[in-house]
Design a protein around this ligand. Structure first.
Ligand SMILES: Cc1ncc(C[n+]2csc(CCOP(=O)(O)OP(=O)(O)O)c2C)c(N)n1
Ligand SMILES: [Mg+2]
Length: 373
């Protein structure tokens, strides 16, 4: 068992885990109230894996995750009010309200998102690590993804190149036993996921993802390998999500008994027990009250933040006006919208088109199949 750190660190770890738990509970509630749209994936139960990992990362290290990453951003230091505002689709959200729950991003804190494509973040992680190597910087990339993602082609391709090119990246699979409604026994031929490292000639290790101190201890060791020796490794954290895959999950694929068994290993309760006399009841309730307060303020902030104005609809897009114009189909009103025709396109898009990208003239565009008039 890992050694208990000093009191200040214990308070910090517990505070972050409690904050994520409260945030996620409230996000679920706000989703039921239709304040947050799109999809919503909660990480309740996975707090020790998240906080244990971020607690041993340096500020200049990169973290990249999946669509279940409200907690990852918060653990990295993103203000919960900015994350809540993103869920609400408001301008003060981390992506200006354009990404929503699955696309939290905070470049300043090197939290590189937030991706909806299962396994899509792995090659990007290798890219960050390659950039660090190329620039001769000693920052490390930590890439967190699910057990389901470990079956994707991206996983194999990325592990191979990361190993071949000695990239400073820690691949951390958050094994919560399910990919949507499919249990690991039904989706992976090898269920000890750390063994998948062997085929790429790198080290793999399985850890207890419900134990924040164990996660801290082993992630720190793996980060050290990446930073000091420039070698990638694979860590598998055994964890569990207490809620459904997303907010709309009837959970017919697992027994209530299984959930109850895992509830006994609740990472927050387990850590409070482990802290023993280091933290008394007063400390714990103060930490919980602070989390309540922060989340309450986050909801108020998100509520008050304005929605992005309609005029900004086409802002931040890479391509405006030059391709088929699917973005211009707006069910709400029939007239042409900004960006629908080539002549509205900004200069840069025209330059791109002239240098080889497809440029369709308005008349031609309208006559193409599938293009709505
Ligand atoms: C490439 C791709 N295929 C399928 C999906 C649909 N999908 C969304 S989440 C998910 C399950 C992924 O499970 P896992 O990697 O274990 O992550 P978890 O949700 O458990 O955190 C699937 C199949 C997707 N988003 N992207
Ligand atoms: Mg999973």
């Amino acid at each position: 068992m890992a050694k208990l750190p000093d009191r200040e660190t214990c308070v910090d770890l517990l505070s972050r885990m409690c904050l994520i738990r409260r945030f996620e509970e409230e996000a679920g509630r706000q989703y039921q109230r239709a304040k947050a749209g799109g999809f919503l994936h909660l990480a309740i139960g996975e707090e020790a894996t998240i906080v244990g990992t971020t607690s041993v990362m340096r500020d200049d290290d990169y973290l990249i995750g999946t669509y279940r990453t409200h907690g990852h951003a918060i653990a990295r230091g993103t203000p919960p009010k900015s994350v809540m505002a993103e869920l609400f689709g408001k301008v003060d959200g981390t992506s200006g309200g354009r990404g929503g729950s699955m696309h939290i991003f905070d470049g300043e804190r090197r939290f590189m998102g937030g991706y909806g494509i299962v396994g899509g973040n792995l090659p990007l992680a290798a890219g960050f690590a390659l950039a660090s190597q190329y620039r001769e910087e000693d920052s490390v990339t930590v890439c967190m993804f699910g057990d389901g993602a470990s079956n994707t082609g991206n996983f194999g391709e990325t592990m191979n190149l990361a190993a071949l090119w000695s990239l400073p990246v820690v691949f951390l699979v958050e094994n919560n036993l399910y990919g949507m409604g499919t249990s690991i026994n039904r989706h992976s031929a090898v269920t000890d996921l750390s063994k998948k490292a062997e085929g790429y000639g790198i080290e793999g290790e399985r850890i207890d993802g419900m134990d924040v101190l164990a996660v801290r201890d082993r992630v720190a060791a793996h980060i050290e390998i990446a930073r000091g020796e420039g070698r990638p490794t694979l860590l598998e954290a055994s964890t569990y999500r207490y809620r459904g895959h997303s907010a709309a999950d009837p959970e017919i694929y697992r027994d209530k008994k299984e959930v109850e068994e895992w509830l006994e290993k609740d990472p927050i309760e387990a850590f409070i027990r482990e802290c023993g006399e280091e933290l008394d009841e007063g400390d714990v309730s103060r930490i919980r009250e602070e989390a309540d307060e922060t989340v309450k303020n986050a909801v108020e902030f998100a509520d008050q933040s304005p929605e992005p104005s309609l005029e900004t609809l086409y802002d931040e897009l890479y391509v405006v006006g030059e391709t088929m114009g699917w973005y211009a189909v707006d069910e709400r009103s029939p007239e042409p919208h900004r960006g629908e025709y080539g002549e509205d396109a900004p200069e840069v898009a025209k330059e791109l088109a002239e240098s080889g990208a497809e440029h369709i003239e308005p008349d031609e565009e309208r006559s193409r199949p599938g293009v709505r008039n």
